[in-house]
Design a protein around this ligand. Structure first.
Ligand code: UTP
Length: 271
């Protein structure tokens, strides 16, 4: 059973400048609700019991968002507004399952994941990248079902245009399991168009094995000078760890770029 999820939140969010000079991008509202709440709801619905937030000292506003109890209590006492009472109840529900670790230098997603080494208990855990919203179908839940059936690691997969492959982690797929699931032979971070083995990209949902930590502790920085989680995954695959690429059914929304962020509000308000 997958009970723990980790969420890297310590990046700089430069693609959303100027907003990210003062706002943590994960708290930016999407149709009136912070992006991170969509991610938490996905985790809770998928049966996750503990969510580890990897934040930095510069992004303490994320912790403050969940720890404003005295403010809520004061306002509720004065106003008795049912909407505010409900919002506070929701925050309390989230707070019960969240814990925090720190990555004060944004050295890359792989380095962020390594910060959870002492906290992850079970053989497998879920990781979600909060820039990647998937609506209409719970992707984490579908991936957990696949994990339970095949007892392997699982990564979310989506077709992207051939000319955009250098923005993504790209899969080389192996044996087909069924229409939506394939074993993975390789994963390459941001390949050039000519070197890309396919146009199937990694999207930010991963069920990873605990053995990834030993790879990450030795992992050197890769493309763009960052420690990438995909590079550590590639090492595990080459050592015969089984990974499945899951072609998810939900709708993907990229909230990490300005155009994507604006579009995500429009899409969610329609759905
Ligand atoms: P990204 O590289 O997509 O986001 O990381 P970023 O670095 O925040 O934003 P840009 O590229 O400058 O616009 C994906 C996720 O991993 C987290 C980010 O917070 C984001 O949620 N991350 C990234 C970390 O936690 N630590 C890092 O060192 C890098």
């Amino acid at each position: 059973m997958i009970k723990q999820a980790i969420i890297p939140l310590a990046g700089l969010g430069t693609r959303l400048l100027p907003l990210t000079t003062v706002f943590a991008k994960e708290l930016l509202p999407i149709n009136g609700k912070p992006g991170i709440e969509y991610i938490l709801d996905e985790c809770i619905e998928a049966g996750i019991k503990e969510v580890v937030f990897i934040i930095s000292k510069k992004k303490m506003s994320i912790k403050d968002y969940f720890y404003s109890d005295s403010f809520y209590k004061k306002i509720i006492k004065k106003k008795k507004d049912p909407r505010i009472i409900n919002e506070y109840k929701k925050i309390l529900k989230y707070k019960k399952i969240i814990r925090f670790v720190y990555q004060n230098k944004p050295l890359g997603t792989g380095d962020a994941v390594l910060k959870t080494k002492k906290i992850v208990k079970d053989k497998f855990f879920l990781m979600l990248l909060p820039d990647d919203l998937i609506i209409k179908k719970n992707c984490s839940k579908s991936m957990i079902d696949i994990h339970n059936r095949y007892k392997t690691s699982v990564m979310a997969c989506m077709n992207v245009s051939k000319k955009s492959v250098s923005r993504w982690g790209i899969f080389k797929l192996g044996k087909k399991i069924n229409k939506k699931n394939y074993y993975i032979k390789d994963v390459i971070e941001k390949p050039s168009v000519v070197n890309a083995p396919s146009n199937k990209a990694v999207i930010g949902r991963y069920i990873l094995p605990k053995t990834i930590f030993s790879k990450l502790s030795k992992q050197k920085s890769g493309k763009g000078g960052e420690v990438h989680i995909t590079d550590a995954i590639q090492k595990l695959i080459f050592e015969n760890s089984k990974f499945i690429a899951h072609n998810f059914s939900g709708k993907y929304l990229d909230c990490g770029s300005m155009n994507g962020y604006i579009n995500s509000t429009l899409e969610i308000s329609k759905s």
